[in-house]
Write a protein that binds this ligand. Structure first.
Ligand code: URA
Length: 294
C-alpha cells in the first residue's frame, strides 16, 4: 500500500464487511460511544464495580455500567437472575468450578438447560445471541455432539440448522434417522465470535455442561462430529482422521461407558467432499450397531 492510500480514511463499506466477517453484527448500544471522552466521565460513573475483579481477572468492557446492562437471560426471556460468581467475563478457575457445580446439581435436562441459560461465567455468552442447548429427541438412542454453534444456529438457538446441519440431516436420512430419532448438542453452547476456534479455557468451562448433558440424555450410542468434540469426549489428543471410523468409549462421571463413533464434521465435508465416503462408512457402522442393539 502506498502512503497516499494509507492516509485515506477506510471505506465504510469495507469496514462494515470487515466487521461482518469478524462476526460483529450487532451494536451493543443504540448510541455511538466516544471512547476519547471516557476519562472525563463524572465520578459517579467511575464508582467501583459491585463485583470487583479478583487476582488479575479482567472484566468485559461494557458500554453500559454492569448494573444496568441487561443479562442475556433477561433479554432472551430465558429465566430470572443470571448465575455468576463473581460477575466477570473472563473464564477462570472459579467459573469452571461453578460450571461443574451447576452441571452436577442438574438432575434433569430441563434443569441443566436453565442453569446454562443463567450461567455468565463464559466470555462467549456475552457475544452470543442465544444459548444453543440441543435439538431432537432427548430419549433417542443416538446422540450427536458437534463443536460450537455458527451464525445460523446462534440466531435460531438450535444446533446444526445452517449448511452443515442440512448436510447432517442428509447423512442421518441415509441411515434411516432424523431429528426425531437423534438428540443433537454441541461441546460449546455459545457461538464464538466470527466462528473462531474456542480457546482451551472456554472449552474447559463448557466441558461439565456437555458431559452432564450426555449423562442425563443417556444415549445408547454417541457420534462425535469433528476433532474438537472427539478429543474432548474421548479424552485424547489424536487427530480426527486417525480417530474416525473406530468405536471408542465416552465414560461419564458416574462411570457409564457409552460406545462412541468419532466421525468427520459436516462443515469439513462441505469443504472436502471427497471425504464424504469416509463419513458414509462411519454412519454405516452406526447403523449396524443400532441394528445389533435392537
Ligand atoms: N457446527 C457445529 O459444530 N455445531 C453446530 O451447531 C453448527 C455447526
Amino acid at each position: 500500500m502506498n502512503s497516499a492510500a494509507r492516509n485515506q480514511p477506510p471505506d465504510l463499506r469495507d469496514l462494515l464487511a470487515f466487521y461482518a466477517e469478524a462476526g460483529a453484527y450487532d451494536a451493543l448500544v443504540e448510541e455511538p460511544v466516544n471512547r476519547f471522552e471516557e476519562n472525563k466521565r463524572p465520578a459517579v460513573e467511575a464508582a467501583p464495580h459491585p463485583h470487583p475483579a479478583k487476582n488479575g481477572e479482567r472484566e468485559t468492557p461494557t458500554a453500559m455500567p454492569p448494573s444496568s446492562r441487561p443479562s442475556r437471560g433477561e433479554r432472551k426471556g430465558e429465566g430470572p437472575a443470571p448465575i455468576s460468581r463473581p460477575k466477570a467475563a473472563v473464564p477462570d478457575g472459579a467459573q469452571a468450578a461453578l460450571a461443574r457445580e451447576l452441571a452436577a446439581n442438574s438432575s434433569t435436562l430441563d434443569e441443566l438447560r436453565e442453569h446454562m441459560a443463567r450461567f455468565e461465567g463464559c466470555n462467549l455468552k456475552f457475544t452470543a445471541k442465544n444459548t444453543v442447548f440441543a435439538d431432537g429427541n432427548p430419549d433417542a438412542a443416538v446422540m450427536l455432539v458437534g463443536e460450537a454453534p455458527g451464525r445460523d444456529e446462534d440466531v435460531e438457538g438450535l444446533p446444526f440448522v445452517g449448511r452443515s446441519g442440512q448436510l447432517l440431516d442428509r447423512m442421518l436420512a441415509a441411515i434411516g434417522l432424523d431429528r426425531n430419532s437423534v438428540y443433537i448438542a454441541n461441546v460449546i453452547p455459545w457461538r464464538p465470535p466470527g466462528n473462531r476456534t474456542p480457546t482451551p479455557h472456554e472449552t474447559e468451562i463448557c466441558r461439565p455442561f456437555i458431559e452432564r448433558q450426555i449423562e442425563l440424555a443417556d444415549p445408547k450410542l454417541l457420534i462425535t462430529l469433528g476433532g474438537p468434540s472427539a478429543k474432548l469426549l474421548l479424552n485424547t489428543v489424536d487427530g480426527i482422521l486417525r480417530l474416525r471410523g473406530n468405536w471408542r468409549s465416552h465414560v461419564t462421571a458416574s462411570g457409564v461407558s457409552i460406545p462412541t463413533m468419532p466421525t468427520l464434521h459436516p462443515a469439513y465435508l462441505l469443504r472436502n467432499p471427497a471425504h464424504k465416503k469416509l463419513a458414509w462408512r462411519d454412519f454405516l457402522e452406526v447403523k449396524a450397531r443400532l441394528k445389533q442393539l435392537g
